[in-house]
Ligand binder design. Structure first.
Ligand code: HEM
Ligand code: HEM
Length: 182
């Protein structure tokens, strides 16, 4: 389709995107677990407001990261066996997809509660679901389930990184560390 140079390893931009998403997700999980249970009377304030702000940031960064990745493909490391190649591709793709789907569902759920989702607290994103719509509330229910599915994939991904470092003792973990040069 278009000429792309496949890089041998991750460059600084890919690493910054990776660790920025890691930090934002860690903050989002922390806020999501301490914010009050969201019911009919809950207001868009306090931790709930932080959840929407961080969520909008995750949405923007994951989109930018994915588009950037499309134009800067990175080959998987040499020396992976068949199942390792398959599992890492599947896990990476699932992580991108789940983060994207979670943000869209959370955004729709917020709209269904009558809240605006604002990028950087300033730019109001278009409403994905009308206030009180049943699909918006269902999006919230699915969002609350995917919280655990995404966590499971993150655990699988981190287990993979540790497997490479401690068991296979190859250089895969180092490929994503800021200190290692391409
Ligand atoms: C990948 C990013 C996200 C993660 C990890 C995350 C995590 C969470 C967690 C842990 C909860 C509490 C679940 C519970 O009480 O059982 C929650 C609920 C919620 N989140 Fe998120 N969230 C994300 C993105 C977003 C975004 C982008 C928005 C909106 C802009 C959002 C809006 C909401 C709303 C409205 C609820 C309450 C859902 C309901 O009960 O209707 N979230 N989220
Ligand atoms: C302590 C936490 C983490 C560690 C140690 C870690 C480590 C790594 C490593 C070493 C790679 C490169 C794999 C390879 O060369 O084949 C990688 C890639 C990746 N990681 Fe993580 N990661 C962590 C957290 C996360 C989280 C929370 C996400 C959630 C979205 C994530 C998403 C990804 C994705 C999507 C890739 C593939 C990048 C690409 O090829 O575009 N990582 N990670």
């Amino acid at each position: 389709m278009f000429n792309r140079i496949v890089l041998g390893t991750y460059g600084p931009v890919a690493k910054i995107f990776h660790w920025l998403i890691f930090l934002l997700l860690a903050a989002q999980y922390a806020v999501g677990s301490i914010m009050p249970h969201i019911g009919r009377k809950t207001l868009d304030e306090g931790w709930v407001h932080w959840h929407l702000l961080i969520g909008a940031a995750i949405f923007a960064v994951i989109m930018a990261r994915f588009v950037w990745r499309l134009f800067h493909p990175v080959a998987l490391a040499d020396g992976l066996t068949g199942w390792e190649l398959w599992l890492s591709r599947f896990t990476h793709l699932s992580l991108y997809a789940l983060v994207f789907i979670m943000t869209v569902l959370g955004w729709a759920a917020a709209n269904a509660r009558g809240w605006d989702v604002k990028l950087l607290g300033v730019i109001t994103l278009p409403a994905l679901a009308p206030k009180d719509s049943s699909w918006g509330h269902e999006a919230g229910d699915i969002h609350n389930i995917l919280v655990y599915v995404l966590l499971g994939f993150i655990a699988l991904h981190v287990a993979g990184a540790l497997y490479h470092y401690f068991i296979k003792r190859d250089q895969i973990l180092q490929r994503m560390l800021m200190a290692s040069s391409p």
